[in-house]
Design a binder for this molecule. Sequence first.
Ligand SMILES: C[S@@+](CC[C@H](N)C(=O)[O-])C[C@H]1O[C@@H](n2cnc3c(N)ncnc32)[C@H](O)[C@@H]1O
Length: 376
Amino acid sequence: MTQVSLAVRAPSANRVYAQAAGALALAEAHWVLGAHRGTVPVVSERVVGGMDALEVHTDDDAAPATAATGRLLGSLSSTLGVLDVVEEPTTSPAVSAAPLLRPRDLPGILHHPADLETILRYPGKTNEQFTALLINLAAALSTRREGLFDGSLSLLDPLCGRGTTLNRALRLGLSPIGAEIDRKDIEEYRAFLGTWLRDHRLRHTLDSTRLTVHGEQLGTRLEVQLAPDKRTLRDGGGQHVTVLGCDTVRLGELLPDASVDALVADLPYGVQHGSRAGGAWQRSPLEVLRAAVPGWRRLLRDGAGLALAVNRRTLDHEQASAVLAGSGLQVLSPDGAFRHRVDRSIDRDVLLAVPSNHPRVEQLAALAADQENRTS
Ligand SMILES: C[S@@+](CC[C@H](N)C(=O)[O-])C[C@H]1O[C@@H](n2cnc3c(N)ncnc32)[C@H](O)[C@@H]1O
């Protein structure tokens, strides 16, 4: 039997992306539901009682499947709550059978309070809701996507700034790794996270050491461990965050091969942030992408997923796809699949990619084809 559910959109989603909020929510649901469930989802925009929502049709016929769909809908970056549409049988033919909306209790997927993502404010910070969307998309493409919900998904942001992706990943219960060339960003992140951990009385350790490779000092390495209690901390459990203070092109030398499930990056837009390639700052991230992608590919498992946010004014879909293809990565999302205006100088899109030998590449390509058909 077809189950119809509504994912009601948080009003903040509309503020952040203005006109594009509905289309972005739809695109995220298309990829996240489609990749997790392995079929092209039936999802559309709908207004219910004056609230913006996504309407999702599923043919879940067993409780675990229904619960899994509920968890996915609840995890979407714009979701405020989920309602199931229930058709009530009527006793009298004179009474029209208006459907009822039954709220769902969703399993909590966030392990820490929202202020971990929202306190730190600075020019060039990636919007938190958009960051959640990027993580959801990269994770969904991974063959280890269930790891998003049990803490085992390994996530890398190779251009992590002051840690918006890392903080969202922490809230999800993950142990993320980031890299950033700007020393000041890492110091700010360390100071913020230390204060936040103390304020929230979480057991933790915070260490900065030298980051060296083959005797060459690249920068600093920040290692943070956090745990709910002393014993877990002592046993090395809980969550870990690693921030490597170096040029992202060196990552292939610093992290183990085939160890990353999801790579999420907000590429420099050439507005607040430039790209550092070969020691020089550039407006376009093309050169840094060219230099870094071969190393990034080595770190990815064959079943990994990538979500890269790009400013179309400084890097177009074709150029980026060609660079990624040169290292055995296939861009799946059509040009403009997540296109939205951030401000006058940023016309943003998201590129979804996987290794060309990803075990589900054909299934995922079908999602891309469906999205392209709908928008053309
Ligand atoms: C768009 S910002 C990311 C912002 C981040 N998501 C946040 O919210 O803080 C891109 C980042 O890439 C960094 N970057 C540029 N070139 C780099 C390189 N070659 N290696 C490492 N980081 C680099 C910049 O310093 C900047 O912090």
